[in-house]
Design a protein around this ligand. Structure first.
Ligand code: GUN
Length: 305
């Protein structure tokens, strides 16, 4: 058996189209333009790539993009001052502070300074609590993207055995909350879980979000399971040869050993081209949702959890 591929790239494109449609209706009917502010402190190369992609895609769907790049030595007071300005700015509907922050800045303090209704990452303690109690929240983008793909693939998730591998605040915990809200039977497995292979094998839905290259082997996967691979890991790939500078080439792999998994799973997201593109698409969706909620307008259909 060879698993069906869940094409996150194509799925993300349809979400961006929906977002662009809502953005033009907001302009025509209400003279509103959703705006997303992205704050990057320091020069982490991976974060710079993410921020550039976010800014480009925000502009492509017709929203306003505000980029704030601050030097690595920025003080907490300066950063909190910028967040207060963005909280008060009427043209800004979403605020994202790129993580990780440099070590001298307290991420929890900074994230909790964002106005909860503008917290398009869904990391503010109010949004975490709203999600956990089944109330209307801003939902973190990566788990939201995973949920959309799972619903599209599996339909009603009610009663399904779901295993979330990983317990991070960004993916694992909110993913488990979302699956629970859709009435799955949810297990969170992590580095201390005993007999983790057997736990994963009984899953009908397996979401891997541990950040360890190809940790989930083929025999961890139950026959016909739907596998969502959140991992993005760069590994040496000597089979690709050498770069011009003599270094071994690298390639991206997920947390799941893909070639083994496709022999067991019913469906799987590839890396790259699975969860990754969905994350930014959901950030755009969250920004439109935030703009509608702030202006007392009906929420865009199909873009929320
Ligand atoms: N760094 C890696 N992923 C994320 C994310 O989803 N949001 C933010 N703000 N920073 C990140």
């Amino acid at each position: 058996m060879s698993a069906d591929l869940i094409d996150g790239k194509a799925f993300a494109a349809t979400i961006r189209e929906k977002v662009a449609g809502h953005v033009s209706r907001l302009a025509e009917d209400h003279a509103l333009k959703p705006g997303l502010a992205v704050v990057l402190v320091g020069e982490d190369p991976a974060s710079q790539v993410y921020v550039r992609n976010k800014a480009r895609q925000t502009a492509e769907v017709g929203m306003a993009s505000f980029e704030h790049r601050l030097p690595v030595e920025t003080s907490e007071a300066t950063l909190l001052g910028l967040i207060a300005q963005l909280n008060a700015a009427p043209e800004v509907h979403g605020i994202l502070v790129q993580l990780p922050l440099p070590g001298h800045l307290d991420s929890d303090l900074v994230i909790n300074a964002i106005a909860p209704e503008k917290d398009v990452d869904g990391f503010h303690i109010s949004n975490v609590g709203l999600l956990a109690t089944g109330q209307k929240a801003m939902v973190p983008c990566t788990p939201l993207g995973c949920l959309m793909m799972l619903r599209a693939r599996c339909g009603d998730l009610s009663g399904k055995r779901a295993v979330v591998l990983g317990r991070s605040n960004i993916v694992g915990k909110p993913m488990a909350q979302l699956l629970l809200r859709d009435s799955c039977t949810v297990t969170i497995a992590h580095s201390r879980t005993r007999e983790i292979e057997a736990v994963c094998r009984q899953a009908e839905i397996l979401v891997a979000a541990v950040g360890r290259a190809q940790m989930v082997r083929g025999d961890w996967i139950g026959e016909g399971a739907t596998v969502i691979d959140v991992g993005i890991n760069r590994i040496a790939a000597p089979e690709l040869g050498l770069r011009e500078d003599g270094a071994v080439k690298t390639r991206l792999v997920g947390d799941v050993a893909f070639d083994e998994a496709i022999e067991r799973a019913g469906a799987i997201t590839p890396v790259p081209g699975g969860v990754g593109p969905m994350t930014i698409a959901c950030l755009l969706a969250n920004t439109v949702t935030a703009c509608c909620r702030m202006n007392g307008l009906p929420e865009p259909e199909g873009l929320t959890a």
